[in-house]
Design a protein around this ligand. Structure first.
Ligand SMILES: Nc1ncnc2c1ncn2[C@@H]1O[C@H](COP(=O)(O)OP(=O)(O)OP(=O)(O)O)[C@@H](O)[C@H]1O
Ligand SMILES: [Mg+2]
Length: 378
């Protein structure tokens, strides 16, 4: 029996825990033509959720465009990904495909057989020779034409949208996109996990996208539903798992959607019955498997920033700048802590819990790994 737990984005037809309220609200925003900024820490399920929202919209006849900006390398690349997203969603519907071919003037699609026996789609710039901002503007204008031509609602999801800020023309890119987005023929979702950067684009007064979208935070999954969900996946797939054991797994990783699935994945592989020992081994495997990510996260940080992370991994605090906390964790001066905290917060590594006011690490497994580093098994 295949392992029922997912390590990648959850396919739209796979079991999904809760998010009923979010699905309903996001779908309703999309239907009313609103723009939304959907944000959360990494791997909380934003992409999986938006794919589901788009599936529900598509079932109602909405044309749903999904472009991922992760790793964009240039303004041309942004334009190319937008054009590709339009061709990707239209290629299976003859009438839409024709409209896309007619309206998307800046790129032409290239369809080729792929190694798995399917068809792969890429795009090539058309012969106009335009590049940079002019190409992006032309592509956004083409997108507007496409939207006007299809005579039905259109929803556009731009995943990892904050990546555009690394481009040297970032502000002009924002301005060019904002002008066209505000023409309001479609609903746009801007999605991302680098919360400071993403929210900066929409909430800083001097930026083109200022207050142009609804801020929509995605929280961790609710404990009760997640426990039920995990126990059900085990028992429906021939493994014994009590509610208590499911609760144990969920509490180790603080209701973090990705880590819960991953630890459950390992536990499923390890044993026919979920036991405390199997969970312990699953957590070990989880930490080991994430180690390269954590090492790469620490690598560019200064010694003081690392020290601050270690302190917060060991002891979250409401009083980050209190002298006894600073002394206890040998953090030096108040100014130094302020400076490092600002930087690591900007990287989304630490956050202040809105309810409790405690500063802590955003990633519970990263915190576990840091604590483990300070211990030696004897
Ligand atoms: N509602 C859910 N039910 C079950 N598992 C979920 C749910 N939401 C997210 N997950 C788990 O979280 C993982 C991450 O999901 P996804 O890639 O959609 O998150 P993301 O927020 O887009 O991540 P990133 O920040 O890396 O882009 C999935 O592989 C899945 O295992
Ligand atoms: Mg994602």
């Amino acid at each position: 029996m295949p392992n029922p737990f997912y390590l990648q984005e959850v396919p739209v037809d796979a079991p999904f825990c809760n998010r009923a309220k979010e699905l309903k609200e996001l779908q309703s925003y999309a239907e009313s033509g609103a723009n939304v900024v959907l944000f959360s820490p990494r791997r909380y399920g934003k992409t999986s959720l938006v794919k589901r929202v788009q599936r529900a919209l598509a079932d109602k006849g909405v044309v749903t465009i999904f472009a991922d900006f992760f790793g964009v390398a240039s303004v041309d690349d942004v334009a190319m990904r937008l054009a590709k997203a339009v061709f990707a969603v239209t290629h299976s519907t003859d009438s839409l495909w024709k409209k896309a071919l007619k309206t998307i003037r800046s790129f032409r699609p290239v369809l080729k057989p792929d190694l798995q026996g399917g068809i792969s789609l890429s795009v090539e710039p058309s012969s106009s020779g335009r590049s940079g901002l002019t190409l992006l503007e032309e592509t956004m204008d083409s997108l507007t034409d496409f939207i006007n031509t299809v005579h039905c609602s259109v929803h556009v999801a731009l995943d990892e949208f904050q990546e555009i800020v690394i481009l040297k023309e970032a502000l002009q890119v924002e301005a060019a996109m904002r002008t066209r987005v505000q023409q309001k023929q479609a609903s746009y979702f801007f999605i991302g996990s680098r919360r400071r950067i993403l929210l900066g684009i929409f909430n800083e007064r001097q930026r083109p996208f200022f207050q142009s979208a609804i801020n929509y935070p995605l929280r961790a999954l609710p404990n009760g539903e997640l426990v039920e969900f995990i126990a059900k996946q085990f028992t429906e797939n021939r493994r014994k798992c009590t509610q208590d054991m499911a609760r144990e797994m969920v509490s180790w990783v603080g209701c973090h959607p990705y880590y819960v699935q991953k630890v459950a994945f390992f536990v499923y592989e390890l044993s026919g019955k979920v036991t405390v020992e199997a969970i312990r081994q699953g957590i070990e495997k989880l930490i080991l498997s994430e180690r390269p990510v954590f090492e790469a996260t620490l690598q560019p940080l200064s010694p003081h920033q690392r020290l601050l992370l270690q302190a917060l991994a060991k002891e979250p605090t409401q009083k980050l700048l209190a002298s006894d906390y600073i002394q206890k964790h040998r953090l030096g001066s108040v100014g130094g802590v302020q400076h490092s905290a600002r930087l690591v917060e900007g990287l989304d590594l630490i956050e202040k819990d809105e309810e409790t006011g405690f500063w802590r690490l955003v990633d519970p497994v990263f915190a576990m790994w840091l604590r483990k580093q300070a211990e030696e098994r004897v």
